[in-house]
Design a protein around this ligand. Structure first.
Ligand code: ADP
Length: 657
């Protein structure tokens, strides 16, 4: 059964002079409870009719109605059933109405006793807009009538009893009885002074309690909102700082200032550290006036009991009073340190990023009395520590990105260099070859000597191109690790001889400077790949020949550096290298004149290839020179094969041209 007419509307029809008022749900709860308490405190047996919008609201109050039923057998409870609520005659009468019934929107409580009458008849105002903005159930709004006036209560009771009869016709006799007992009383007591009969004390007492409770709840809510606001504001400040800067030091400075200020700490510290660090340096600090600074000092971590707790629990750690609450294992030296700096109440909050400790935010109170750390304060610092973690990681990522960018830029420079060199190196000999061949083919009458010159030029440029391409391929093979290494015991003099024969094959003997080999006796065998060692020697000798005038001198020497390594040197008296370029000459494509102005030929790859090879055997290669025109020495080391010695050399000193 579902009735669509509102009880409030019916009541207002019979009481046209009454205007409905607005009530919040919280006020109606307070009023209803006060009315129920009045029944429980009284001695008479009143008529009680209560309508709950839903069964769940009724269930919260069921225990009270069981007690109310002990006072009177005329108690009626109406509700829209959700689970087990149904029409039933028990301690009191329960009446189930359909959820579509108009009663599902209303809230009634009518109490009619001998000496008092109260009535509350309200209807919920549907205001979904309000509900969504306020979002609190206790703020649901109702409109209706609440009064002590007996006449109104009797009218309301009459309407409700008629309704109950329609839902539960079997109660006709009981309902008629109720009408007779309670509605007739109005006639009897009409003209009487009811306020004298009504005892408002329990009612008022109860109402005040409810008001107090509501006030307290409101206060708590305000406090929570204020704390939340403080937190949001601080986090916002941090977010702005992080957005504005990628400099972690700047961000940490903002964080330490704001946290210190907002929490009113004597000292706030932020320092970076890892879980395994034994000490940290205090880099960022906020200080209240007259508090001594800890900035720049080395802060012990291993002996710090709070830091150790943070590390083991991965959570914040704090003590209210360092005089009493530190673990007994804390060393006297550490206690002394806390006293020295006046640290009384102490909080350590870790800055984590994905379980990696990046640092600590530390708060200290230094007053004469210890201060408790509230959960809001700890939560706030933790929220900031989270932000700090993000900022530090972001800055770290940015720094990596910068590194990566620099590497990419270097790669790009190398690539451009490569393009320039290939362009120049390949195009130059190619054009020469082309000119020579064109001349040879278009001018059949060319004198044989000139013809020979043309052919020689074309051949030598073809050789230059071949060398360049070969060096590119060699270096790329070495750098990409595509070389099969098979080091074996080698006698250095033999490798030097092979290197020299390469040089002689490449250069006109008349153009070569004097080359002296200066090797000690009993030179140990070395462990290397013969072919590659000859390549290194040939390249160094080739350079020495290129950069040393015909009248100059090249010396090849070697001596054991220690038990493990043999040092080989190719020194010349040529044009020398500026001290600041001694390392750069090993860069790929480095040439003093620049790739495009070279006069000596070559690729700028020779020394880079040598370094790759020597390093592969665990050796080093470096250059020495006193500067321009002071000659250069290229040294490299090779691993010695232990205990095996070469037979003594017959010629200690040899000179070749
Ligand atoms: P390149 O094929 O140009 O010789 P390298 O890598 O062998 O390439 O050498 C790089 C640069 O180092 C040379 O262009 C030259 O400027 C400098 N260099 C190498 N060896 C010597 C040397 N013996 N004397 C002076 N400068 C040298």
């Amino acid at each position: 059964m579902s009735i669509s007419t509102s009880v409030l509307a019916d009541l207002l029809k019979v009481l046209p002079d009454w205007r409905p008022q607005m009530y919040f749900k919280s006020s109606l709860i307070a009023l209803s409870h006060a009315m129920e308490d009045q029944v429980l405190a009284g001695s008479s047996a009143p008529l009680v009719i209560a309508t709950f919008q839903q069964e769940r609201f009724y269930r919260q109050e069921a225990h009270r109605y069981r007690r109310i039923a002990e006072k009177s057998d005329q108690v009626y409870v109406l509700a829209a059933p959700e689970t087990e609520f149904r029409n039933h005659s028990g301690d009191y009468e329960t009446v189930a109405f359909a959820p579509t019934d108009a009663l599902a929107q209303e809230w009634h409580l009518v109490v009619l006793g001998d000496s008092y009458a109260t009535c509350l008849i309200c209807r919920e105002k549907s205001s979904p807009g309000d509900e969504s903005t306020l979002g609190m159930d206790s703020n649901r709004r109702f409109e209706g009538i609440w009064t002590f006036e007996r006449q109104v209560a009797q009218e309301a009771a009459g309407i409700l009893l008629d309704r109950i009869l329609r839902y539960r016709p079997e109660l006709a006799r009981k309902l008629a009885q109720a009408k007779q007992t309670y509605l007739g009383a109005f006639v009897k007591s009409q003209g009487g002074d009811e306020s004298v009969e009504t005892n408002p004390d329990p009612f008022v007492g109860r109402l005040v309690t409810y008001l107090q409770v509501s006030q307290y709840k409101l206060m708590k809510a305000y406090r929570a909102i204020a704390a939340q606001e403080k937190r949001e504001r601080l986090i916002h400040l941090m977010t702005v700082a992080i957005r504005r800067s990628l400099n972690p030091e700047e961000i940490l400075e903002v964080a330490v200032e704001k946290v210190g200020q907002v929490l009113g700490a004597c000292r706030c510290l932020i320092y970076r550290c890892r879980a395994t660090d034994t000490t940290a340096t205090i880099a960022h600090e906020f200080l209240s006036p007259n508090v001594p600074s800890l900035q720049g000092i080395t802060w012990p971590l291993t002996e710090n009991p709070l830091f150790q707790t943070v590390i083991t629990t991965n959570e914040s750690a704090w003590v209210k009073d360092t005089h009493q609450d530190l673990p007994p294992t804390t060393s006297p030296e550490f206690r002394q340190l806390l006293t020295q700096w006046g640290i009384r109440s102490w909080l350590l909050v870790p800055v984590f990023y994905q379980e990696r400790l990046l640092g600590i935010v530390e708060l200290q109170h230094c007053g004469p009395r210890p201060e408790e750390w509230t959960s809001e304060e700890i939560g706030l610092v933790e929220a900031i520590a989270n932000q700090v973690g993000v900022a530090l990681i972001q800055a770290e990522a940015y720094a990596h990105l910068e590194d990566l960018n620099q590497q990419l830029a270097a790669l790009d420079r190398t690539r451009s260099n490569l393009v320039a060199i290939t362009g120049h190196e390949l195009r130059t000999p190619l054009s020469t070859i082309q000119v020579c061949l064109e001349s040879l083919s278009t001018e059949p009458d060319m004198p044989p000597e000139l013809r020979q010159v043309m052919l020689n030029t074309a051949l030598s440029d073809a050789e230059r191109m071949r060398k360049l391409i070969q060096d590119f391929l060699t270096l790329s093979k070495l750098e990409s690790g595509r070389v099969d290494w098979n080091p074996e015991p080698l006698a250095l003099p033999e490798c030097i001889d092979l290197g020299l024969s390469h040089i002689r094959a490449r250069h006109n003997p008349q153009d070569l400077p004097q080359i002296i080999t200066h090797l000690p006796e009993n030179l140990p065998l070395i462990e290397a790949d013969g072919e590659w060692l000859v390549e290194v020697l040939a390249k160094l000798l080739d350079n020495a020949c290129k950069f040393t005038p015909h009248k100059g001198k090249i010396t090849i020497s070697a001596h054991p550096r220690d038990k493990r390594m043999l040092q080989v040197t190719v020194a010349d008296t040529g044009r020398g290298i500026e001290p600041k370029r001694l390392e750069t000459v090993f860069d790929r494509f480095y040439q003093e004149e620049g790739a495009l102005q070279r006069t000596t030929g070559g690729t700028g790859l020779g020394l880079a290839i040598c370094r790759q090879i020597i390093q592969r055997w665990g050796g080093m290669i470096w250059a020495e020179s006193q500067g321009k025109d002071q000659g250069s020495s290229f040294h490299f080391t090779l691993p010695i094969i232990p205990s095996v010695e070469t037979p003594p050399l017959k010629n200690k000193k040899r000179t070749t041209r």
